[in-house]
Write a protein that binds this ligand. Structure first.
Ligand code: FES
Length: 103
């Protein structure tokens, strides 16, 4: 388990190992646009920033990197929430961005 904090708003939740950040956010009632591709690293609508605990989520995959390369406003903390899985090794803080990034 890891504590997930979401900003803005400072909502928190305990999230189990192997859960994607997208699933965790959805469980909290936070909608990240529409997740158009169904969590397959194709649409970019789930782009978020992992502000803290970046080692507490799975490594970026090739498909994720390729999609991130196409999104305006990507930084070193950018992740696709559908691809980043909680490892349970450290707590995580994510920043939710404007909706529809990557379009
Ligand atoms: S839901 Fe489409 S890239 Fe994450």
């Amino acid at each position: 388990m890891a504590t997930l904090t979401i900003v803005p708003g400072d909502k928190t939740a305990e999230v189990g190992e192997g859960t994607t950040l997208l699933a965790a956010l959805q469980d909290l009632g936070i909608k990240l646009a529409t997740s158009d591709c169904g969590g397959n690293a194709q649409c970019g609508t789930c782009h978020i920033f992992v502000q803290e605990g970046r080692k507490g989520v799975s490594k970026t995959t090739k498909a994720e990197n390729e999609k991130l390369d196409t999104i305006v406003g990507v930084g070193s903390k950018s992740r696709l929430a559908c691809q980043a899985k909680v490892l349970g090794t450290e707590n995580i803080k994510v920043e939710i961005l404007g909706f529809d990034s990557g379009r």
